[in-house]
Design a protein around this ligand. Sequence first.
Ligand code: CMP
Length: 139
Amino acid sequence: APERTLVLVKPDGVRRGLVGEVLRRIEAKGYTLVAAELRTADAELLGAHYAEHEGKPFYPALVEFMASGPVLAVVAEGHRVIEGFRVLAGATDPTTAAPGTIRGDLGREWGLRVTQNLVHGSDSPESAAREIALWFPHL
Ligand code: CMP
């Protein structure tokens, strides 16, 4: 069965008008869009989404940044899409992310306290299932 992953275009990506560019790359790779919703996440949703990072030095700024404006939440489907989207996204740090990747080509800002790196993608089948249930409870 094809895999599903949760992709977020973060507030920096929405503010910079890069939603279409991120979706284009997902579709060009051959993945299918299953769901997409533009919304501003609240602290409860972000706390659950980033539970594994709670307590890390960058966590408060991360949640503040992620709540600073709308994000586009997307469920994408396809063969090995979890790993495949993370390759499309590139390394966490936009400065060193490889050219050809979303962050390598388009990533710009390294915020004072948090990495503004345009996109999020689930990192494992377990995370994908958990994150899709949080953002799209009806799926
Ligand atoms: P994401 O894939 O959404 O998962 C956690 C996020 O925390 C990550 O992308 C970055 O935006 C941010 N992040 C991860 N590591 C660091 C770090 N060392 N310093 C600041 N922000 C980080």
